[in-house]
Design a protein around this ligand. Structure first.
Ligand SMILES: NC(=O)c1ccc[n+]([C@@H]2O[C@H](COP(=O)([O-])OP(=O)(O)OC[C@H]3O[C@@H](n4cnc5c(N)ncnc54)[C@H](O)[C@@H]3O)[C@@H](O)[C@H]2O)c1
Length: 346
């Protein structure tokens, strides 16, 4: 879809999904600003033709000063501490990096003439309601990360009504693919499996591994996110984005083993998945309806999980094994935390 050249800001631009979106925006000819505090991002992800600045969005004055200069017409808010499973053990920093950081961006942006906000939210806002989730279901967050995402969505709706800007809320599925942070021990299940196998080590499955997820390869996310920013049909709407096919964590593990050349039915002892107790509050099945994204954004799945994992493994082999990046300063609360985190097993 061709649009006029706009001043566009992507927060979290050095991260996985943010950097792919920057690429697409630059290719479409926009003037693209990117910010990231590099807590989970990488310099290698930054597009050389974007205007990139290191900025910690938790710092209100610095963020306000930045927005006065950049004056974006459209913002894609991707920056987050997306470690959902960890958020019960880091409730303060999760809220600061998610809800507070978002308001630090949104409020001055409104003052500087924001026209459109695309908020990247999460399926976690559906909580424990029965899958498939559809966009009309209420927000019933069940964990600290989801509380922040639900609050961000709700604040956007309220402020848009009062202050007259357009918005779209996107709730992605488990997105994976090239450039994903494979060194985050707290999230990105496929990335962790891959990084462990790159090191010739086994990986961990929480619970029985039969919990199901619908994984989206990044090429099946970015174009629809982009379109949501510029197509008026997306204004005021919430979209689930992700494929319909669900895979259990066990099935996913088998595919990763396969693309490393192992027999998934009988991998060598050294790389055989290890079972750990279930994580507190982990949602069992998380998949959603897609009818709205198909109708208004033209969504369709083009990359199967098998093919997506093949591509990601090929990329990760080029990158090589990565040392895990544990949270500086440790968890705020440790009771009940998985031992992979407290004992830094990876
Ligand atoms: N990947 C998924 O499966 C998935 C699923 C649902 C929702 N999301 C959402 O999509 C967005 C992007 O996720 P991702 O997978 O690309 O994660 P990511 O960690 O690769 O990207 C997030 C970026 O935000 C940056 N960031 C964190 N705190 C910041 C701060 N205070 N100031 C500035 N930058 C900060 C990090 O450095 C990182 O580069 C997030 O909002 C996440 O909640 C992701």
């Amino acid at each position: 879809m061709r649009t006029h050249r706009r001043r566009v800001l992507v927060t979290g631009a050095a991260g996985f999904m943010g950097s792919h979106l920057v690429d697409a925006l630059v290719a479409d000819g926009h003037l693209v600003f990117g910010v990231d505090d590099m807590s989970g991002g990488y310099w290698r992800n930054i597009h050389p033709e974007s205007e990139f600045s290191v900025l910690d969005l938790r710092h209100r004055e610095a963020t306000e000063a930045y927005l006065r200069k950049a004056r974006p017409e459209v913002i894609f808010h991707m920056a987050a501490d997306a470690t959902e499973g960890r958020s019960q053990f880091t409730p303060i920093s999760s809220t600061e990096r998610n809800y507070l950081a978002y308001l630090n961006v949104l409020v001055p942006a409104i003052r500087e003439g924001l026209r459109k906000m695309v908020l990247i939210s999460s399926m976690s806002v559906y909580g424990r309601q029965p899958a498939p989730f559809h966009e009309g279901m209420p927000r019933v967050p069940e964990d600290i990360y989801a509380i922040a995402k639900a609050a961000m969505e709700h604040a956007t709706e309220i402020l848009a009504k009062v202050h007259d800007f357009d918005y779209t809320i996107i709730r992605p599925h488990n997105v994976y693919g090239e450039r994903q942070n494979i060194a985050d021990p707290y999230r990105n299940v496929i990335g962790i499996f891959i990084n462990r196998l790159l090191q010739g080590k086994d990986f961990f499955i929480y619970g029985d591994g039969e919990q199901k997820r619908a994984f989206s390869h990044i090429v099946d996310f970015t174009p629809y996110c982009l379109r949501a920013g510029f197509d008026d049909a997306a204004n005021g709407e919430i979209f689930n984005i992700g494929p319909r096919e669900e895979y259990s964590i066990n099935q996913t593990a088998r595919l990763v083993l396969k693309h490393f050349g192992y027999d998934p039915d009988d991998p060598p002892e050294a790389v055989r998945p290890r079972r750990l107790p279930p994580r507190p509050l982990e949602v069992r099945d998380a998949y959603c309806t897609l009818e709205k994204a198909q109708r208004l954004l033209g969504y369709r799945t083009t990359v199967s999980l098998d093919e997506g994992i093949r591509r990601m493994v090929a990329w990760a082999k080029e990158l090589g094994p990565q040392p895990m990046r544990y949270l500086e300063g440790g968890l705020e609360l440790t009771t009940g935390a998985p031992e992979t985190w407290t004992r830094r097993l990876m």
